[in-house]
Design a protein. Structure first.
Length: 250
C-alpha cells in the first residue's frame, strides 16, 4: 500500500512566523503539519538552542556566534522583530522548549550542525523529553556528525542531507551507497534534484526513504507526491496541503 506523503514545516511554519521559534513550530501544528523541521547549535555553556545560522546576526541583530554566548545572554535577544512588529519579543528557544510542543503522533526533524559536544547534549535533551524514539528524526549534511548521532541515539531515524547535484549520476549513487554503509534511513534532498518514481523505488530497494526540501510550489509538490516521496518540507504547510487537496494546477 502506498504511504501518504507527509508535510513538514520548515523551521516551523516559517512563511508566517519567525523561523526556528516556538511560535513558528506551534503555527506548523495549527496548520496541520505532520512534522516540524528545526536546526540546532550549542551555546558557550553547552545548551542546545534552536537556530539555523552559526551566528545570531540575521535573526536577532546581535553580531556574535551562538557558541560564543551563554544561554542567558541569548535569551535576552529578540528573535522575532526581524519578521515584523507583531513578533517583537520572541526569543531563541532551547531544544527542550520546542520538543515540549510536539503532539502525540507528530514528528520533529532535527538538523545537526557540526560542533564538539553537540551530539551528547542533544541525546540528553531528547532522552529527557516525553517524545517516543519514532517521533525524532535526525538530519544533517555532515555524514560524520550524523553517524555519531546514529551511534548514540540508535532508535532515532537518520537522514543524510544533500543539495542539488550538478547532473551527476555518480554523485547520487555515491550518496546512496554512503547511506547504506553508515546505516542511515534515507536521503533528504533539495527540490532541485531530478526526482521521479524510479529514484524513489531505487532508494526503497536499498531500504531508504526520500525526503525533499524546501518546496513552496504546489505543482512541484504534486509531482513529488506522485513520485512517492516520504516527506515534503515547506515554509507554508497549511497552504501547501490545501493546494494539494484541491489538486490545484498553479
Amino acid at each position: 500500500m502506498k504511504r501518504e506523503t507527509m508535510i513538514v514545516a520548515h523551521r516551523g511554519a516559517s512563511g508566517e512566523a519567525p523561523e526556528n521559534t516556538v511560535e513558528a513550530v506551534l503555527r506548523g501544528w495549527e496548520e496541520g503539519a505532520d512534522a516540524a523541521e528545526i536546526d540546532v547549535h550549542l551555546t558557550r555553556d553547552g545548551e542546545v538552542v534552536v537556530i539555523h545560522d552559526a551566528t545570531l546576526l540575521r535573526t536577532t541583530g546581535r553580531d556574535a556566534r551562538v557558541d560564543a554566548l551563554t544561554l542567558a545572554e541569548i535569551r535576552k535577544l529578540d528573535a522575532g522583530i526581524w519578521k515584523g512588529a507583531a513578533w517583537r519579543g520572541v526569543r531563541v528557544p532551547t531544544l527542550a522548549d520546542v520538543l515540549a510542543t510536539v503532539p502525540e503522533g507528530k514528528r520533529i526533524f532535527i538538523e545537526l550542525k557540526e560542533a564538539d559536544g553537540l551530539v551528547p547534549a542533544l541525546a540528553r535533551t531528547v532522552e529527557a523529553s516525553a517524545l517516543k524514539p519514532e517521533q525524532v528524526v535526525l538530519i544533517g549534511f555532515a555524514a560524520a556528525a550524523l553517524g555519531e548521532a546514529k551511534r548514540v541515539m540508535k532508535t532515532c531515524r537518520t537522514l543524510l542531507l544533500a543539495d542539488t547535484p550538478e547532473g551527476a549520476e555518480e554523485r547520487r549513487a555515491a550518496l546512496i551507497a554512503l547511506c547504506v554503509k553508515e546505516g542511515f534511513d534515507g536521503l533528504g534532498v533539495s527540490a532541485g534534484w531530478p526526482i521521479d518514481r524510479g529514484l524513489v523505488e531505487r532508494l526503497a530497494g536499498e531500504g531508504l526513504e526520500l525526503n525533499v526540501w524546501t518546496v513552496n510550489d504546489p505543482v512541484r509538490a504534486k509531482a513529488l507526491v506522485a513520485a512517492g516521496v516520504a516527506t515534503i518540507t515547506t515554509d507554508r504547510p497549511g497552504w501547501l496541503r490545501g493546494k494539494l487537496a484541491a489538486k490545484v494546477k498553479d
